[in-house]
Ligand binder design. Structure first.
Ligand SMILES: Cc1ncc(COP(=O)(O)O)c(C=O)c1O
Ligand SMILES: C[C@@H](O)[C@H](N)C(=O)O
Length: 395
């Protein structure tokens, strides 16, 4: 695999040449694009873990956990925070605190993470009934559709009681699309008008904030609770922080213990999460730019379809066009043989997620591997005229 890079009129452009690696060839590199959850702790995270000040967080308060929880509460403009082991636990605890009567109903997106990827935990564990409302392509739900879905048993023996509305920002299954503060405010007003609470699955709220150029606090202003993942784009090895009122967090702490989530010297992992919060927010814009570059490159490959305009943050959905020379299965195998890992999402669709441990060179290498899979040879990527100078480098 030889990468020749060049400049032409100040435009960086590449012809990517690749030799065909036979199956026994050691893979030159690994580019893990399955998710932004795959990152490895950085050296600063590991150093912070090694020297973290810790204490029993069940009997009292682990000082490092408290520092992290306070920082996330401050950033989101909420009274208090609570460290939990995962985004799934953060959403589960938040829904169950708000829906504290068995048989309550929560309105959420039919393509939301809580509804699709959390094992139905709000029902199986919390006895909460989901009321899915269609997610639009941009991750929103029509306000009217939300309003129509609100139910109250007064006068209707057969109705459960709606207690909560859940949003997700950015919206993962919509391709990392961002919900505006104005839209979120409107949903918040609807919730308040009907005596409901609003929870935001903010697994990638920092991605939305950076992409929109709007502070996190403004994006979640209308929410009663938010689950913020530190283990996604921010690159922490473990954990999320849920934020809300002091009363909400008191109830959430008890529920976390009930679910077995009370952790003792949890400061070890909170120390790494604190580093992630401090060091990696500024890298998110680079992730988004690389996602856009990769999407633009992929859309130039005959046989692939990408909605480049829909790539607002670090997630790309790629469709293999019907009748393409290569099947999805062969493509994934070919990519994996070259060390490129993607997340299959159906028969002819895949998801690619950028994160801070993916370099520009990885993006170009990935494009060349896709190109090779479809054409078996080099092809100019992009439509720039170039003059080349040979240099082989792996950034
Ligand atoms: C939008 C969204 N919410 C929640 C989660 C759950 O997070 P975890 O995998 O830490 O349980 C994910 C997972 O990546 C996610 O993408
Ligand atoms: C797959 C999903 O559960 C995970 N949250 C991710 O985005 O990778």
């Amino acid at each position: 695999f030889l990468e020749t890079s060049s400049t032409c009129h100040g435009i960086n452009s590449q012809i990517i040449w690749i030799s065909t690696l036979n199956s026994s060839t050691m893979v030159a590199r690994t580019v893990d694009l399955r998710s932004d959850t795959v990152t490895k702790p950085t050296e600063t995270m590991r150093a912070a873990m090694a020297t973290a000040e810790v204490d029993d967080d069940v009997l009292g308060a682990d000082p490092t956990a408290f520092r992290l929880e306070s920082e996330v509460a401050k950033i989101t403009g909420k009274e208090a925070g609570l460290f939990v082991s995962s985004g799934t636990m953060g959403n589960l605890i938040s829904v169950l605190v708000h829906c504290d009567i068995r048989g309550s109903e929560v309105i959420l997106g039919d393509n939301s993470h809580i509804h699709i990827y959390e094992n139905g935990g709000i029902s199986t564990i919390g006895g909460v009934h989901p009321r899915p409302v269609k997610n639009n392509e941009d991750g929103t739900m029509d306000i009217d559709s939300i309003e129509v879905a609100i139910r109250d048993p007064r006068g209707e023996l057969v109705f459960p009681t709606t207690k909560l509305i859940c949003l997700e920002n950015s919206h993962a299954n919509s391709g990392g699309r961002c919900l505006s503060a104005e839209y979120t405010d409107r949903v918040g007003e609807l919730a308040k008008k009907n005596g409901l609470k609003l929870h935001i699955d903010g697994a990638r709220i920092f991605n939305a904030s950076v992409a929109l150029g709007v502070p996190v606090q403004r994006l979640v202003q209308a929410a009663d609770s938010v689950s913020v993942c530190l283990s996604k784009g921010l690159g922490a090895p473990v954990g999320s922080v849920i934020v809300g009122s002091k009363s909400f967090i008191t109830k959430a702490r008890r529920l976390r213990k009930t679910l077995g989530g009370g952790m003792r010297q949890v400061g070890f992992i909170c120390a790494a999460a604190f580093v992630a919060l401090k060091e990696n927010v500024e890298k998110l814009d680079g992730d988004h730019k690389k996602a856009k570059e990769l999407a633009e490159g992929l859309t130039q490959i005959k046989g692939l379809k990408v909605d480049v305009a829909a790539v607002e943050t670090n997630i790309i959905y790629v469709d293999i066009v019907e009748g393409s020379k290569i099947t999805a299965e062969k493509l994934y195998k070919n990519l994996e043989e070259h060390g490129v890992l993607v997340m299959p999402k159906g028969l002819s669709r895949m998801r690619i997620v950028l994160h801070h441990q993916i370099s520009s060179s990885d993006v170009h290498y990935t494009l060349s591997c896709f190109q090779q899979a479809f054409t078996g040879m080099h092809q100019e990527i992009g439509s720039y005229s170039i003059s080349t100078s040979r240099d082989v480098s792996y950034a």
